[in-house]
Design a binder for this molecule. Structure first.
Ligand code: SAM
Length: 339
């Protein structure tokens, strides 16, 4: 692990923190709640999970204080996630606090989109840059079947609200499940012909307590792309200009949007991993699918500096995760670790 000052001649040299394998760590995903208004079949049991007590959860001021100490170490891209972040009150006030922190270049939000039509303008005004909306169906009845809550979610309405608020680029994340929603792959891809949206198909991951979902429901992304090609030839594309993570992108002719695939089950991205995660109760996790974590909350509450703990976390960040070797179950649900 190293902290390196950048170009000596520039006025304020960028700082880069590297982990023990030399990967530059610049991206922090912040889970602000473990709760969710959906109960997606692949993510959360119908009865919910044992929720964190309120006193254990970081306040917005504490989250901002943590980011304020880590940004000077090179963390410049933030993603607010959960659980469902839009159900925590006053989300815009957190965005405003994060926006004012020097060194923060990009703030995005992962959301199920239910509350976006009501919140997008406020969030944009507070300084949010962009959103990723999770949507597993375009059909109202099927949304309810998968999310097991009827909250009148409509992807086109939510993505349009985000686009009109200037939250750009709009990315849409679809978890593909064989026999459950894979017949909608072409409908999702077709959206990119009429909207400047980036639809990314994600391989189902056997994490959490999936019960009725198994490896048989995992549809490899190569098969997804075969289905998309039924609409027309796919041209490899750079994808959205901002915030490209592990997705690979294509474009259908001269469509305004792109189609992407994220392939956690058939590939790993560990060698280019640039991220760490902060759980709602203030633990810094260095790998989504590993147990390694460094608690920050109590250090912060004692008024001690976080830097040594952050640097230790980077020194211990594992080389790769073991997801592909794991069987179904056993790992924590993504809602608990700010997936
Ligand atoms: N509630 C927010 C949302 O819906 O985007 C943020 C949290 S949610 C846990 C983050 C993402 O993880 C969503 O896109 C969700 O579909 C995805 N996810 C959760 N469990 C998954 C699984 N078992 N396999 C693949 N993706 C999963």
């Amino acid at each position: 692990m190293t902290v390196v000052q950048g170009h000596a001649a520039s006025a304020s040299p960028p700082v880069v923190s590297r982990d023990q394998f030399g990967r530059a760590i610049e991206y922090l995903r912040i889970s602000i709640t473990d709760r969710c208004n959906f109960r997606c079949r692949y993510c959360m049991p119908l009865e919910g999970l044992p929720w964190l007590p309120k006193a254990d959860i970081l306040s917005y001021e504490e989250i901002a204080a943590i980011v304020g100490q880590l940004a000077p170490l090179g963390l410049k891209r933030l993603r607010i996630s959960g659980g469902e972040p839009t159900i925590r009150p006053q989300l815009a006030s957190l965005v405003r606090m994060l926006r004012s922190i020097e060194g923060v270049e990009d703030i995005s939000l992962s959301t199920n989109g239910v509350r976006l039509p009501a919140m997008a303008d406020d969030l944009a005004r507070a300084g949010l840059d962009r959103v990723n909306i999770s949507a597993d169906s375009l059909r109202a009845d099927r949304v309810v079947e998968i999310a097991r809550r009827d909250l009148d979610f409509d992807l086109v309405r939510s993505a349009t609200a985000a686009e009109h608020a200037g939250l750009s680029p709009v990315k849409v994340n679809v978890v593909v499940m064989r026999g459950i929603n894979d017949d909608e792959i072409e409908d999702f891809a077709a959206l990119t012909r009429t909207h400047p949206w980036h639809v990314r198909f994600i391989e189902l991951m056997p994490v959490g307590d999936l019960r009725e979902l198994t490896w048989d429901h995992v549809l490899p992304s190569a098969d997804v792309l075969e289905r998309v090609r039924r609409l027309g030839p796919l041209v490899p594309d750079r994808g959205p200009a901002r915030g490209n993570g592990p997705a690979a992108y294509w474009r259908l002719g001269d469509a305004p949007g792109t189609v992407g695939v994220i392939t956690p089950m058939t590939h790993t991205y560990c060698e280019t991993c640039n991220r760490v995660r902060l759980t709602a109760d203030g633990r810094l996790r260095t790998c989504l699918f590993g147990d390694h974590e460094v608690p920050l909350r109590d250090v912060l509450r004692r008024g001690e500096p976080l830097t040594p703990h952050f640097l230790r976390a980077l020194a211990e960040k594992p080389k790769e995760h073991a997801l592909l070797q794991m069987q179904v179950g056993g790992l924590r649900a993504l809602s608990q670790v700010g997936g």
